[in-house]
Design a protein around this ligand. Structure first.
Ligand code: CA
Length: 230
């Protein structure tokens, strides 16, 4: 599936140029022109990465970035901030926005695309690889092999797709509804509780005796693949 990028920029000349370049490089692009629209689209569309202009009408890009980082659901969402000048870039960095990378205007579209790829490779290796890993879990997409450390893990087809989705978005929290949509498909009508059943099976297969549980249950929010912090 094509990686999706949410582009948040109020200057049409810039956004259309960036959009054109990203689409020609195989990305899906959605656009927002202000901060509120950006936050709505992140919620609705779950993009793989956000390109966020610092100078936006009403809510600044910096505020959007911080508010995304504050939310449990989006703290792992990769964000690249666009800033107007090098000094502003320094200032935004100094303000600790939580962005993964910063690109200074004016930039060449190909440079921005390269930065998008680099951030995705770092934060979401899944999008470019045929092998997914997180902590000591390893999944080979071609051969459907899964290992944890040296031990082979045997999964049913649903657990495999579920784990694949989580490996593709490490540390992101997904609600049961979102998992149903992405793993089972939007047209399948099953109870959100079904997700719990398959998460339980996945945990059972994945967690050997004495092994850390890498699936985090986030109360009233959902599940994430994440190494516990303590
Ligand atoms: Ca702007």
């Amino acid at each position: 599936m094509k990686p999706s990028v949410l582009l948040v920029e109020d200057e049409h000349a810039i956004s259309s140029l960036v959009r054109y370049n990203l689409e020609s490089q195989g990305f899906r692009v959605r656009e927002a022109t202000d901060g509120d629209e950006a936050l709505d689209l992140v919620r609705e569309e779950r993009p793989d990465l956000v390109i966020l202009d610092w100078m936006l009408p009403s809510v600044s890009g910096l505020e959007v970035c911080r508010s995304l980082r504050r939310s449990k659901q989006n703290k792992g969402l990769p964000i690249i901030m666009l800033t107007a000048r090098a000094e502003e870039e320094d200032r935004v960095r100094g303000l600790d926005s939580g962005a993964d990378d910063y690109v200074t205007k004016p930039f060449s579209p190909s440079e921005l695309v390269a930065r998008v790829r680099a951030v995705l490779r770092r934060t979401r290796p899944a999008l470019s690889e045929s092998r997914l890993t997180y902590a000591d879990i390893e999944m080979e997409l071609d051969t459907y092999r899964v290992r944890r450390g040296d031990r082979p893990v045997h999964l049913g087809p649903t657990e495999f797709r579920l784990l694949r989705h989580l490996l593709e978005h490490p540390r992101r929290v997904f609600s049961r509804e979102q998992l149903l949509d992405s793993v089972w498909g939007p047209d399948i009508c099953v109870e959100p509780r079904t997700v719990d059943v398959h998460i339980r099976r996945l945990r059972k297969a994945l967690n050997g005796p004495g092994e850390l549980d890498l699936i985090r249950t986030v109360r009233s929010a959902g599940y994430a693949l994440e190494v516990a912090e303590n």
